[in-house]
Design a protein around this ligand. Sequence first.
Ligand SMILES: Cc1ncc(COP(=O)(O)O)c(C=O)c1O
Length: 456
Amino acid sequence: MIYNSIVDTIGNTPLVKLNNVTKGIAGTIVAKVEYFNPGNSTKDRMAIKMIEDAEKAGLLKPGGTIIEGTSGNTGMGLALAAIARGYRCIFTMADKQSQEKINILRAVGAEVIVCPTNVSPEDPRSYYSIARKLNKEIPNSFYPNQYDNLSNTAAHYETTGPEIWKQTEGKITHYVATVGTGGSMCGTAKYLKEQNPDIVTVGIDTYGSVFKKYKETGIFDEKEIYPYLTEGFGEDILPKNVNFDVIDLFIKVTDKDGAVGARRLSREEGLFVGWSSGSAIHGALEYAREHLKKDDIMVILLPDHGTRYLAKVYNDQWMKDHGFLETRAFGSARDIIASRNGKDSLHTVNKATTVSEAIRVMSREGIDQIPILEHENFVGSVHASSLLERIIQDPQLHTKTVYDVMDKPMLFVAPDSTLDVLSSLLNKDNKAVLVRDELDKVHIITQHDVLKAMSS
Ligand SMILES: Cc1ncc(COP(=O)(O)O)c(C=O)c1O
């Protein structure tokens, strides 16, 4: 058979039994391996559907430009569809995304604009805002908005759901997927629950995202939002494609557990998958260990391919630098925090604080640097020495707000980060790092703390 173009090969991905990572667990656990799509991710399905629906609705006309805020995979799907149908693509992307993803999009002809990660979605610099602005400015442009465009959910309702139902001969009992825009979880879950309402659906969320708390309490809690490393899922907004009625429960997975999970799928199953697939497997196994029974069949959607994470999850040095590969030769961030006997408190200032007030706080507390908060989010930092240096050049600086002059936010590191990792991260550009403990309390670690711990 000859396909008319590459986009006609989207879908019909295989379902593969997991044999090793599942040892000791009752029931059958299988993976829907979405990297078999031509753009190597599940997002191809909704990308082509959003374009087809927009063409039908007259929103996208010949010669038009597609503009989207994407973490990479949707961009790839849109770029393939754009080539097949003759459109131009411009994508805005958060700067935490891997360089590979940016390069891949450029390789398939898209223009990519990289925007800061640690700003609120309403901030004019965010990748959501920039995409909207370009859409207003460029004539004959179409902004698919994968978050709120229900063609996203429909694509999975029409393809992923029926495929899984057929491939398991209607025997599926549990469906597990990460939740970003929500399309791959909710479209599939809606279809499956219509066939059999007893199917249990488990959404995988990250620490730093709002979904789990919102599902459990109905509260959109901004305190749940903080920077995390995993790419592609978890959100600081409630996209229209997330239909909480078809997700029975959420499990949160840490950056580290996701990264380790991806490496396990590669090594133990030969499935060379991306980071979020590792998060999906970690959460799924956590649930399965407790709840799965002998005759149950759990299907886990694995969203994308490992090539996009070669510089991160599949790079041992990167894993060590982030405390994800444990080498406990020295102590760890956790030991430094424990040595304070609960007496440490993190000093912060709000973004509207003036430079002179921030300097007063630092000198009163005897600290050299301070993180800057906007609605509980860590959006930047200032350092006494660099502020003083700049005030000498510009005496008016002290009346400005810290937001006007701030440096980038301090890095968050895992509590298990070892002293050698901490010392490699602390340098002239990063004077301190932050650690969020299991009780959600944030601690600061400076070069001085690391030196003290190494010499004790
Ligand atoms: C790598 C990766 N994992 C998970 C997801 C989440 O999928 P969805 O947007 O369908 O919720 C995405 C979406 O962009 C992704 O790119």
